[in-house]
Structures are given as C-alpha cells and as structure tokens.
Design a protein around this ligand. Structure first.
Ligand code: CO
Ligand code: CO
Ligand code: CO
Length: 350
C-alpha cells in the first residue's frame, strides 16, 4: 500500500524547476563579498557546477550540494534521480565521486516513513553505482519532502573542467535528450504516455560518471551539466564566462519522445518562461524558429546531460565513445564563435 503513495501529488514544481530564478539570485549576490584564497580553484562567483579546493600538487577536492522536491511518483526512483543529479556536478567538473551526505526534509506525520526509506535506498544505490560511499546525513521534519546529497569528489588540480574555457571553433556536444520538465508536467496533467514518462525517468537516472572519464581521456577543458536553468540558460553561463558566442542548431538538439507534442498542446512549465525571460536579450533567435522547439530549449531539466565544448579534431572519437558507453542520445548541437563586440549576442539559435 505504501508503494502506491504518489510523491508527485505533494508538489507543484518538482526537481530542478523548483530552483530560485537566476534573476533573483543576481539581485542579491552581485555585491556579496566572496573572499579569495589561491587554493580555491573555482569560486562561487564563477557560477560553475561545484567548488574546487586544491589540497596539494596532485589532488583537488570538488564539493557540491543539491536537493529538491519530488520529480516523479515513485519514492525509490525519486531517490535515484535526486542522487544522480547531485553527483552530476562532480562529473561536470571532470571529477570522480568519493563520498556523500544525505540531505532530507520529510513530513513524518503526514507521509508513512517507509516512503523515506525507499527514497534513501534509491539514493544509496546510485552513490554505490557511482563508486562512492554515503557517510551520514541530516534530516528536518518538513513538507513537501525534499532530498539530495552533498558530495565530495576529487580531480587533478590541472585537470579541472570549468565553464570558462570555450574557444572559437569548438564544437558543442550534448549527452542527454531534453524535455524532462515537459514530460513530468504532462504526467501531472494526465497527458504524458506511460512509455514516454518511463524513458524520461531512465534519462534522469543515468549517471554522468562515464562522461567525466571520457572527457578526461580526451583532454576536454570546458563543460557544464544541464539542469534547472535549461539548455540555453546553462549554455549562456559557458558563453558569458568564456566570452564567446555559442551557436545552437535547434534541429540537432536531441528531444525526448513525446515532449514535442506535449509542448504543442500547450504543456509548457512556468520555469521555461522564466528561463527564457532571463537570457532573452542575450540571445539572437533565427527568424521563423519553431516555437515548440524554442520552448523545449528553455525547459528546466532535472539530472540532465553534460554540455561539452570540444576541439574539432576530437569530436568524432568523443561522440563515438559516449554513445558506446550508453549515452545513446549524444549529439553535436552547435559550435562556438568569436564574440567580437559588446553588442554581439552570447547565443545564436538557428
Ligand atoms: Co550543475
Ligand atoms: Co547543482
Ligand atoms: Co563545471
């Protein structure tokens, strides 16, 4: 009976779409004094996926935290997705996972505690699959439930993959299909097909661990993972930090089965409009761009793929290896151009 409890019923906005809007964060963080230390290799104001602290010549630790309200109905699957998402920021920096702590908010009086047990089991199984160990955690009685991890990983200090090193003529590669936000919203409205919902769950449960090792093997230096701020929101962070233009070919972006039709019937989560509004002025949209496709590019992703900026000559081997390792939707979605003047956009969408 407990297994029938539908976590999705506890929230209006789940997963990464429950993040605070970027604009609000800008408004309060712009004059924050982040002090400097030479061992802090990636600082908060870089808007990167995780912080990186150099311990010695050979080792830097990567540390990150992520948690959110339910993104799906089943507790065990929710635990797996939340953990996969938290671990992803280690992989986006090119690291390996070492250990993690559970972050739990759960209403013990209104939901049976066995639901929490299944959430934690899902999280633990993913951390184990990632080769890490759960070392503890913290719980608060709160509604709706929220779950995630604080994770520690490691990387060689000279092999940190950041969001500020995209170069003119690089090729942009995306490792997972988009549309998880749309499909979950459709599920809530009873409009998503069961098979499409299941493939969206599989997409979110897929660890980005091998993307990290394949990037390291191919000497990739610039990447980020795609989560609540959408493909274009996170691409903007790369473009801005690297001072380049990212040109996206909308027709080449992989989209989950069923997502396009849901957008077509008007199933567009509010987060997509917020994401669009935040970067709109920095983006050049090709005339006649398909509206449904455009909104999918701004759909908030939960536990999304990794966007990689890759030198041209490595692209073929990188894509081949990623597909072989199980990232079947991996696609070349655009390229990097020189940004010549201040009035140039950061993103061009064709
Ligand atoms: Co991230
Ligand atoms: Co994050
Ligand atoms: Co990064």
């Amino acid at each position: 009976m407990q297994d029938k409890f539908d976590l999705l019923k506890t929230v209006e906005q789940g997963g990464c779409s429950a993040k605070l809007p970027q604009q609000l964060l800008d408004n309060i963080l712009y004059d924050m004094d982040f002090s400097y230390n030479e061992n802090l290799l990636v600082k908060a104001d870089k808007r990167d996926d995780a912080a990186v602290w150099k311990i010695n010549q050979d080792t830097a630790i990567i540390y990150t935290v992520d948690f959110f309200p339910p993104i799906c109905s089943d507790p065990y699957i929710f635990g797996q997705i939340a953990a996969t998402n938290s671990l992803s920021d280690i992989y986006a920096m090119g690291g390996e996972v070492l250990t993690a702590l559970n972050l739990v908010m759960f209403p013990s009086k209104s939901i049976d505690i066995s639901v929490l047990k299944n959430i934690l089991k899902g999280g633990a199984d993913k951390v184990k699959e990632a080769g890490g160990i759960i070392a503890g955690g913290h719980t608060i009685d709160d509604y709706p439930p929220k779950y995630g991890l604080s994770v520690i990983g490691k990387v060689h200090p000279e092999k940190v993959i950041t969001n500020d090193k995209a170069k003119n003529r690089d090729i942009l590669i995306l490792t997972k299909a988009l549309g998880t936000g749309v499909i979950i919203a459709g599920k809530r409205m009873g409009e998503s097909k069961e098979e499409d919902y299941i493939s969206a769950l599989d997409n979110m449960m897929l660890l980005n661990n091998f993307v990290s090792s394949i990037m390291q093997k191919n000497n990739i230096i610039c990447a980020t993972d795609i989560t609540g701020f959408s493909l274009i929101g996170h691409t903007f962070e790369i473009a801005k930090a690297s001072n380049v233009i990212c040109e996206i070919d909308s027709k080449k972006v992989p989209i989950l089965q069923g997502a396009y039709n849901l957008v077509h019937i008007g199933c567009i989560p509010g987060a997509a409009f917020r994401n669009l509004k935040y970067v709109e002025e920095k983006v050049f949209f090709k005339e006649g761009l398909d509206y449904n496709l455009k909104m999918l590019l701004f759909d908030a992703q939960t536990s999304g793929g990794i966007l990689i900026s890759c030198v041209e000559k490595k692209v073929d081997s990188l894509v081949r290896e990623l597909i072989k390792k199980g990232y079947k939707d991996t696609s070349i979605i655009g390229k990097v151009l020189k940004r010549k003047k201040k009035s140039d956009p950061y993103i061009i969408i064709n």
